[in-house]
Design a protein around this ligand. Structure first.
Ligand code: G4P
Length: 526
């Protein structure tokens, strides 16, 4: 098959949601429809249970599960779908942000009882940074949730994106009967089933068909006719181009656990979702159909086998064809790299692959050469953009408890940071080392892993910091002057970029006002 055909055939996306909205359930149903699994219950949630939050072995086990389900590939109606999993626990939000750099679109799950929740808002901001096309799936319609019109308004308001319903629920809660497909103008009435996909469907192609009244009752039929008329009147015709540009989010309603509305969304998804797109490298735009291979590492998973310090680097292919055993240019590194152990993830299995194409995610076994953000190419010196670090929310100073193990500690911290477990800052003054994370849980994971994998003992001392801001200025002299005058608050990140450690929001504001020529950024890429 030609490279262009391989590219056109692929859809690489992630499902994102506030915990408990139904991401795992929807993933499982998509795999069922794709024939990748046969029964429900096969996909394990990657959530770290609150009850097991302080149980280290349990967390390690959970990490194992999340590797197994990191990427799920399957074929559906001739389309190769690569579904990237995102961590369920919000303390791992940074991992999710990075995963979003490797996809071409996302499906966002929203709970119809709870509406748009805080984590959903944050994730949407990340999607907006790259104008990633978003489809919303409003879930749990079998529960008494909020009014669908009200939910649509809330999505528009809180997520700051225009919406266009492409399916519409018939009833809700106990009276929920299914969804009308506004895209296909068809009604598939399923028998709800948690265990299997029912073939027992009634297909109605015309809403005026009297059969509809018999199937769902006259009241529900009339309500549906009214709703559809209203929606078609209020919302402009759906234009896939607006969706592809990230300007409008098509909305589907359903109940993942009952298989309601999932099929409607999946069929529309393969029709409208983007095939692998061009990507920006610092040097130039890279098109997927360029013959030469390029790709970047967006995730590293270490410690698969405690006896060997091996890790899997997840690489998104951006252009050309990847071939096993071929030497590739490791743009940041000193020498070319060749990979013999290359895996792809089909359904729940991992298999060795000889070649892979743009949009595919491959797992490369690595002994410590690769780090997040690294680019591999067929020769050209390219660096893909769009894998930023975000300012952490919790900061703690690293206290070395065993001076004899300083080297181990430094090595361990370096490797954990390369995996993206947390961020690391070193103060210019006094060489104090600070770890920054999105959640409390990472400190416990870091302490545990440093002890068990590197034999280093640390404690973390709380620090009163609000944000780490990357700083820049068009005027180098002014920047030098700022760094000099604020040197007690200046640190460097892992790439030696200058960071201003702000103690409070008000203080940051004041400093910003006093130094208008200095730019303060909340992400490392600006
Ligand atoms: P997450 O990955 O987004 O965190 O959510 P997950 O799929 O694990 O779903 C969270 C809970 O919501 C689960 O219940 C799941 O069964 C339920 N759920 C998912 N989709 C629907 C739906 O369409 N309707 C209803 N009523 N519930 C739904 P749980 O009690 O936490 O676990 P379980 O024992 O049911 O698996």
């Amino acid at each position: 098959m030609s490279l262009t055909k391989e590219i056109q055939k692929r859809r690489t996306f992630a499902i994102i949601a506030h915990p408990d909205a139904g991401k795992t359930t929807l993933t499982e149903k998509l795999l069922l429809f794709g024939g990748a699994i046969q029964t429900a219950g096969a996909v394990k949630s990657n959530k770290i249970d609150v009850a097991t939050k302080s149980d280290w072995m349990e967390i390690e086990k959970q990490r194992g599960i999340s590797v197994a389900t990191s990427v799920m590939g399957f074929e559906y109606k001739g389309v190769k779908i690569n579904l990237l999993d995102t961590p369920g626990h919000q303390d791992f939000a940074e991992d999710t942000y990075r995963t979003l750099t490797a996809v071409d679109s996302v499906i966002m799950v929203i709970d119809c009882v709870k509406g748009v929740e805080i984590q959903t808002e944050k994730l949407m901001e990340v999607c907006r940074m790259r104008n990633t096309p978003v489809i919303c799936f409003i879930n749990k319609l079998d529960r008494e949730g909020r009014d669908p019109y009200e939910l649509l308004d809330e999505v528009e308001e809180k997520l700051n994106i225009q919406v266009r319903p492409l399916s519409w629920p018939i009833g809700m809660g106990k009276s929920f009967k299914g969804v009308y497909n506004l895209f296909d103008k068809k009604l598939n009435l399923f028998t709800p089933s948690q265990r299997k996909l029912s073939d027992d469907r009634n297909i109605i192609n015309n809403l005026e068909d009297g059969q509809l009244d018999g199937l769902i009752g006259q009241n529900a039929a009339n309500q549906l006719r009214e709703d559809v008329e209203l929606i078609e009147g209020v919302y402009p015709e759906f234009d896939p181009k607006d969706y592809l540009e990230g300007k409008i989010a098509p909305v589907f309603f359903g109940s993942a656990v009952n298989n309601f509305g999932v099929n409607e969304m999946l069929d529309t998804f393969i029709n409208i979702a983007p095939a692998p797109k061009s990507r920006n490298a610092e040097e130039r735009e890279v098109k997927p159909d360029e013959p030469k291979f390029s790709g970047f590492v967006f995730k590293i998973h270490a410690n698969m086998d405690p006896n060997h310090r091996n890790r899997i680097a997840f690489l998104r292919i951006c252009s050309g064809k990847f071939e096993r055993n071929k030497p590739y240019n490791h743009v940041r590194g000193p020498k070319p790299l060749r990979f013999s152990n290359v895996t792809q993830f089909m359904a729940q299995d991992r298999e060795i692959v000889d070649e892979a194409f743009p949009g595919d995610i491959i797992g490369l076994y690595d002994t410590g050469n690769l780090k997040i953000g690294d680019t591999l190419t067929e020769g050209e010196s390219l660096t893909f953009k769009g894998i930023p670090s975000f300012s952490p929310e919790i900061f703690k100073e690293v206290i070395n408890k065993d001076a004899m193990k300083t080297k181990q500690l430094e090595k361990g911290l370096k490797q954990l940071m390369e995996e993206g477990v947390a961020q690391y800052f070193t103060y210019e003054m006094g060489n104090r080392k600070v770890v920054g994370t999105v959640g409390q849980l990472q400190f416990e994971v870091i302490q545990f892993r440093l002890k068990h994998e590197y034999n280093a003992s640390v404690e973390f001392a709380p620090m009163n910091l609000y944000k780490a801001c990357w700083i820049s200025s068009k005027d180098k002299k002014q920047l030098d002057e700022f760094v000099r005058s604020k040197n007690r608050h200046i640190a460097k990140d892992k790439d030696d970029k200058l960071v201003f450690m702000a103690e409070s929001r008000a203080w940051l504001q004041m400093v910003q006002d006093n130094y208008p020529e200095i730019e303060f950024h909340f992400t490392s890429e600006f």
